[in-house]
Design a protein around this ligand. Sequence first.
Ligand code: FAD
Length: 141
Amino acid sequence: MLVRLLYASRAAATVDAEALGAILKQSKANNPAMGVTGVLCFSGGLFLQVLEGGRGAVNRLYNSIARDPRHTDVELMSYEEIGERRFAGWSMGQVNLARLNPALLLKYSETELLDPYAVSGRVSMALFDELVATASVCGPI
Ligand code: FAD
């Protein structure tokens, strides 16, 4: 039983490049043993993360992430049972903001700013799909 979960959150004031690196390192260290894959996007103080894997593993990880003081306003945007993974290539991929085309954000939202709270979960998932399709996701397995 595989599920895909998408949430958004606001970074705590203390999250800088070093703190983001620590979160990614922790994710890449932990996720393989849980069978979890996904992608993390951090832009303008907002996190958007997709988690895929077994239902129990994804639910437990999400509950742990939601309690993490490094972010607030953790909001579930989308949760679905899936037949196959879309982000199987990443224990936790990172959106490469240098390759994030503002036109791509405009395609899906009112402004060029990433604001998952202002759009539907379906729209945010579509954006993730395009980011993967355009090789804007980086990070080793
Ligand atoms: P611990 O043994 O609890 O901690 C390991 C190290 O992580 C600590 O030594 C410390 O350096 C650092 N650390 C842990 N918690 C904090 C904290 N609150 N503040 C500062 N440093 C801390 N975890 C995953 O396993 N997979 C994910 O995909 C994932 N995605 C995340 C996305 C976001 C946006 C955030 C904020 C956190 C994410 N986390 C993820 C981290 C998660 O919330 C837990 O901290 C983590 O799962 C605990 O793992 P652990 O028991 O191995 O770490």
